[in-house]
Design a protein around this ligand. Structure first.
Ligand SMILES: Nc1nc(=O)n([C@H]2C[C@H](O)[C@@H](COP(=O)(O)O)O2)cc1CO
Ligand SMILES: [Zn+2]
Length: 195
């Protein structure tokens, strides 16, 4: 016990884990997204997940994806990145980084740029060319925001939180299991992506 623990979370793993954990607050039945903003000093200054605006009932507004636009979730839901930016506890987040479990759309890209965030680390991206992501990339690149894909650990690493006992375990193995599906990596591109 004289040596420090070696099997711990790296900074990026830590912030992405917090984004992932936050996504579990989302009531969106199809896609749960989480975001975590850190400032230049690596301090967490904002967290968010996708959900309806304050005071808007989760039960009264629709969560569907197709049909009459007014009866889908798209006009109503606030994106995780937007919520993380609006929830920030520090006025100046210039030079900060946003960790997001899903690539930001063009509307969130505008908020990211205007808030002064200079780096985006994302875990997953919908496959193919999606206008909202293409426009987002165009804006972010033009504004000089660094876009970086989250670098997953070389070996399998998983966190298990037991809310019944209040315990947590960080399991690492030397080999990556290829049979285990990652739901976040199988996000389909079926839905129209509007802010
Ligand atoms: N970067 C993002 N942050 C988000 O919070 N979202 C949210 C908005 C919707 O609630 C959901 C995407 O809807 P869909 O993929 O199930 O149809 O994820 C979506 C994206 C992707 O643009
Ligand atoms: Zn967005």
């Amino acid at each position: 016990m004289s040596k420090p623990r070696e099997d711990y979370l790296s900074w990026d793993e830590y912030f992405m884990s917090i984004a992932l954990l936050s996504s579990q607050r989302s009531k969106d039945p199809a896609t749960q997204v989480g975001a975590c903003i850190i400032n230049k000093k690596q301090r967490i200054v904002g967290i968010g997940y996708n959900g309806l605006p304050h005071g808007c009932s989760d039960k009264e507004l629709p969560w569907g994806k197709t049909g009459d636009w007014m009866e889908t979730k798209y006009p109503y839901v606030c994106h995780a990145e937007m919520n993380a930016i609006l929830n920030k506890n520090q006025a100046d987040i210039d030079g900060g980084t946003i960790f997001t479990t899903l690539y930001p759309c063009n509307e969130c890209a505008k908020l990211i740029i205007q808030s002064g965030i200079s780096k985006v680390v994302y875990a997953n991206k919908k496959p193919g060319s999606v206008p909202a992501f293409d426009a987002s990339e165009r804006l972010l690149k033009m504004a000089g925001v660094i876009i970086s894909k989250f670098d997953p650990p070389a070996s399998e690493k998983s966190l298990k939180i037991d809310l019944n006992t209040g315990s947590i375990s960080l399991d690492s193995s030397q080999q990556k299991s290829i049979s285990k599906p990652n739901p976040l990596q199988n996000i389909s591109n079926d839905s129209k992506i509007i802010a």
